[in-house]
Design a protein around this ligand. Structure first.
Ligand code: HEC
Length: 278
């Protein structure tokens, strides 16, 4: 076979493989564009949005989705959302809690969780209240239990969900706000499933989550579905990449260094060849 023929056969084969996926997707919508503070080479996380998003995660999503790779103290690590907080003793001032384990905001968050620890000296497991050094406890004991509670579908872990999906932030935001569209007549939605054109295949086992008033934000910001979706995605983006800001800063320093180095090399080159005929 000539190369051209082989390529043609390969292309037809690839199309045939892709066809069922395309057909099952119906008219899957592209995620909606949205502006995020953390985009671009200089983007940073909006700490207040990340904190509100954590509140949404804690009050809504954590009932089904685990976040196994994160510890509570990660929220207070360098550049974390609870690192620099209002000082409870001096109104109007902020304080940087350099030790996340002593951060009163994180201790209060941890105290909401019951952790199964052990075994103790008698070999028994026991329950205690959470500490900042604990990982976020999972809502279900294992995958089977999670599936049994969710009509057979598994709510994916959130530790790196934004990184694990194409156009993660836009996709998750669109998905959360993407319920309520009219179901096209060629899509059959079984009981326990919901139509959502942003999900591959168009239907998923997660009911709509972001109702008006499901969380109560402090201050003036209203917890509309759009606001909650923006905030929870900001939080999940931080959780997927807590070192993003350090990485970007380092990249910038490297660029500055290379720039200065290039200028120095230019002068060195001129000096070395100054007295040579060429
Ligand atoms: C009542 C349980 C439940 C709650 C609460 C819940 N989810 Fe889900 N979620 C699920 C299930 C089940 C799936 C898997 C759906 C499927 O595969 O059909 C899922 C899937 C997802 C997906 C994955 C889509 C993909 O591409 O795999 C995202 C993102 C998501 N949920 C975000 C959220 C967010 C954000 C919240 C909180 C605002 C939340 N969920 C609250 C049950 C839940």
């Amino acid at each position: 076979m000539t190369i051209v023929k082989r390529l043609l056969v390969a292309a037809v084969g690839a199309l045939a493989l892709a066809a069922p996926a395309l057909a099952a997707g119906g008219d899957q919508h592209h995620p909606e564009e949205h502006t995020w503070s953390f985009e671009g080479p200089f983007g940073t996380f909006d700490r207040a949005a990340v904190r509100r998003g954590f509140q949404v995660y804690q009050n809504v999503c954590a009932a089904c989705h685990s976040m196994k790779l994160l510890s509570i103290r990660n929220l207070g690590e360098k550049n974390g959302p609870f690192r620099v907080m209002p000082d409870p003793e001096h109104e109007g001032e902020v304080i940087e809690y350099t030790n996340p384990n002593d951060n009163p905001y994180l201790r209060a968050i941890a105290a909401n969780y019951i952790i199964v620890d052990g075994p103790d000296s008698a070999g028994e497991m026991f329950e205690r209240t959470g500490r900042p050094s604990d990982r976020f406890p999972s809502p279900f004991a294992n995958e089977q239990q999670a599936r049994a509670s969710n009509g057979g579908a598994y709510p994916p872990d959130f530790s790196v969900i934004v990184k694990a999906r194409h156009q993660g932030p836009e996709y998750i935001r669109s998905l959360l706000l993407g319920y309520g569209h009219e179901v096209p007549h060629d899509v059959h939605v079984a009981p326990g499933q919901y139509y959502n054109p942003y999900f591959p295949g168009g239907k998923l086992a997660m009911p709509p989550q972001l109702r008006e008033g499901i969380v109560d934000y402090e201050g003036d910001i209203e917890a509309t579905p759009e606001q909650m979706a923006h905030d929870v995605v900001a939080f999940l983006s931080w959780a997927s990449d807590p070192k993003m800001e350090e990485r970007k800063q380092l990249g910038l320093m490297v660029m500055i260094y290379l720039f200065i180095f290039a200028i120095l090399m230019w002068f060195a080159y001129r000096a070395v060849w100054a007295n040579v005929e060429h």
